[in-house]
Design a protein around this ligand. Structure first.
Ligand SMILES: C[S@@+](CC[C@H](N)C(=O)[O-])C[C@H]1O[C@@H](n2cnc3c(N)ncnc32)[C@H](O)[C@@H]1O
Ligand SMILES: [Zn+2]
Length: 268
């Protein structure tokens, strides 16, 4: 069981029955589904921060088609099978997290997301993993406690990652490369912006890069629902004009591509 710290006073939390508590009397009940909300009201910017229910459902439906399995496989291929604490920040509904758990162990793992809907869905997938509603900016974990941290398609909170990662520990970051979803972006925008991914823009001298790997995938979307789910997983869902979004059905049956960048960094 991972060691958690109290978000109110930083003392260790202990699990008794279905509630975590510290020696200062702060208590956090574990929901029936098996996750715990450690996000304090004063640290929430909105009532329901992070991805909403519809976004979580769209992502689940898309990921379960398996189109992105080669990315998960590439991530797994880079892992050892040591028995060390690990963490997935912005874990969403845990599709990747649970695959990491099969290799690295559920008992040592923590999945953190600021969205209650995402963590609620994740907790259904693996009862043995510790699932937390918390912000990546204020992890309820102790300094130098993690051997491995995953950050997939979400913001890098450099200071807290540096704080909880052990010296010598590994940070695995995944972002989207410049070619990502090119046919979709061409259908949505008159001019397609090129933007590559480099975690180095956010990391500093506390980290040193181990390697960087580009993953290119191609597949044929089955139907418009698949494309709408894919769109709902991306920032284009917010950015693109409604009429452009309504027209993506024309991409059914045509090649779609994904371009991911996996970067591994070591904590000095
Ligand atoms: C694009 S999704 C990626 C989810 C998952 N890593 C995956 O690849 O399937 C980004 C996730 O980051 C979460 N998120 C956003 N801000 C966050 C924060 N401050 N702390 C933790 N998670 C956050 C969102 O709720 C969402 O689930
Ligand atoms: Zn406390």
């Amino acid at each position: 069981m991972p060691n958690l710290k109290c978000p109110s006073c930083d003392h260790p939390l202990q699990l008794t029955g279905n509630s975590w508590h510290c020696d200062n009397g702060h208590r956090f009940d574990r929901a029936k589904r098996g996750y715990t909300n450690l996000l304090l009201a004063q640290h929430r910017r909105s009532r329901a921060p992070g991805d909403d229910k519809a976004m979580v459902q769209a992502r689940t439906a898309f990921l379960e088609l398996g189109r992105y399995q080669p990315l998960a496989d590439a991530l797994l291929a880079g892992l050892g099978d040591d028995d060390q604490p690990w963490l997935d920040i912005g874990c969403g509904e845990g599709w990747y997290t649970c695959q990491f758990a099969q290799r690295l162990g559920s008992d040592n793992g923590v999945g953190v997301d600021i969205s209650k809907f995402a963590v609620d869905a994740a907790a259904k997938r693996d009862r043995a993993l510790t699932w937390l509603v918390a912000s990546g900016a204020r992890l309820p974990l102790f300094n130098d406690s993690q051997q491995r941290i995953f950050v997939l398609f979400t913001r890098l909170f450099t200071d807290d990652i540096a704080r909880v990662l052990k010296p010598g520990g590994e940070l695995i970051v995944v972002g989207t490369g410049e070619q990502h979803l090119l046919p979709l972006r061409e259908a949505l925008y008159e001019e397609v912006r090129q933007s590559g991914f480099d975690a180095g823009k956010f990391l500093d001298a506390r980290f040193t890069q181990i390697d960087s790997q580009d993953i290119h995938l191609e597949w044929i979307p089955d139907d418009e629902q698949e494309l709408q789910n894919l769109l709902a997983m991306t920032p284009h869902h917010w950015r693109a004009k409604p009429e452009a979004k309504a027209g993506i059905g024309k991409l059914v049956g045509k090649a779609m591509n994904a371009h991911f960048v996996i970067q591994r960094w070591r904590r000095i």
